[in-house]
Write a protein that binds this ligand. Structure first.
Ligand code: KG4
Ligand code: ZN
Length: 358
């Protein structure tokens, strides 16, 4: 039975496509709330031997997987292309070669099937991903997006209405996880494997630095921490590595704790500055269970509510792009055939949308 029949005749179904980095993803979302499918083809195995994403390989792999991933997303949703009400696709920020595959495929689908097209800012997708969950925050809220490319605090006043409060001045939190993973010889991506090792490590073992910058600053800096771990590991290896009494697990746990500490402190400062009643975390690093737990503990003792999307909506996914596309299309926005990809795409350029469209 087509999924559409499960909803009302007014249900609006959007196909969302994201190929911003190394995941080929497509999803169908109904009414900007309910994911009917969310298909993700991960390229982790392909990039693993190189210790990071190789852009040229990523775009070729997107080319191979784009059509089957979209077909699978439609099939799981029980819909055909003709039944869609619109197509949303990430236009940036991201890797140019990767973005091109998704955007041009979406353009072709939109043209051939005469469907409205929304060209989406990937960061807006991450910020709004929480609206795919049952429990949703009220506006305004503070959102911390922590991924491989971004670590940013936003004051989210409504759909499309984002004030940037602070951001990383150098490495993103996920990038620090990936680089420390590489230093420790754990492969790419570092985040999940460091989390696993850290779970049996001693987090107070090594007092790695916490860069808090100026007292009033809501910016982040993780490059000093990354360098400090690299220097520590070099000395640790010279002193016999595991035989010195400190285990890789202890280094992983101490590093992870330093990252979490900084993320918590800055988010608390953002909440205090804005007076927001809710806090949301999003992006790949928000999958980290220790991070989620620390945020949950911290905010359960305070008056703010805390929200996080399930892991499949934290890492790059088409559902968050379809959701953002729903709001943009409902707001009357349409991308035409001249739209192009953008490796950099500041969120400040987006126009605010109505808040009552959910
Ligand atoms: O959001 P995402 O899938 O892609 C970007 O837009 O960057 O985030 C990927 C990043 C990688 O740096 C990865 O190491 C990190 O998220 N990550 C994690 C975890 N799972 C993924 N970091 C810490 N703990 C995790 N469990
Ligand atoms: Zn992302």
């Amino acid at each position: 039975m087509p999924a559409r029949i499960l909803y009302s005749y007014n249900t609006m179904v959007i196909l969302g496509i994201d190929t911003s980095c190394d995941d080929t993803s497509a999803a169908v979302v109904a009414d900007g709330r309910h994911a009917l499918s969310n298909v993700i083809h991960s390229q982790i195995q392909l990039h693993h031997p190189y210790g990071g994403v190789v852009p040229e390989l990523a775009s070729r792999e997107h080319l191979r997987n784009m059509v089957p991933v979209v077909q699978e997303a439609l099939s799981q949703a029980g819909l055909t292309l003709g039944e869609l009400d619109g197509i949303a696709v990430t236009m940036g920020p991201g890797l140019i070669g990767s973005l091109l595959v998704g955007l041009y495929y979406a353009k072709a689908l939109s043209y051939v099937h005469q469907k409205p097209l929304a060209a989406i800012n990937h960061l807006e997708g991450h910020i709004l991903s929480i609206f795919l969950e049952e429990q949703i925050p009220r506006f305004p809220f503070v959102a911390l997006t922590v991924s491989g490319g971004h670590t940013t605090l936003y004051y989210v006043k409504g759909f499309g209405n984002y004030e940037k409060l602070g951001q990383t001045l150098d490495d993103a939190a996920g990038e620090a996880f990936d680089k420390v993973g590489k230093t420790l010889g754990l492969g790419y991506p570092g985040g999940p494997v460091i989390e696993k090792m850290a779970s049996s490590g001693e987090k107070e073992c090594i007092p790695f630095p916490r860069a808090l910058l100026a007292p009033e600053s809501l910016d982040f800096s993780f490059s000093g921490l990354k360098t400090s771990v690299a220097l520590y590991v070099k000395k640790w290896q010279e002193n016999g590595g595991e035989t010195s009494g400190v285990r890789v697990e202890d280094i992983a746990a101490s590093f992870q704790e330093a990252v979490i500490d900084v993320l918590i402190r800055k988010t608390l400062a953002a909440v205090e500055r804005t007076g927001a009643g809710s806090v949301v975390i999003a992006g790949g690093v928000a999958c980290n269970k220790a991070l989620r737990e620390r945020f949950r503990e911290t905010f359960s003792e305070r008056s703010e509510s805390f929200f996080y999307p399930r892991p499949a909506y934290c890492t790059d996914n088409g559902a968050m792009i379809a959701l953002a596309g729903y709001h943009r299309i409902m707001g009357g926005e349409r991308a035409d055939m001249s739209v192009d990809v953008r490796s950099r795409y500041p969120i400040e350029e987006l126009s605010p949308l109505s808040n009552d469209t959910v």
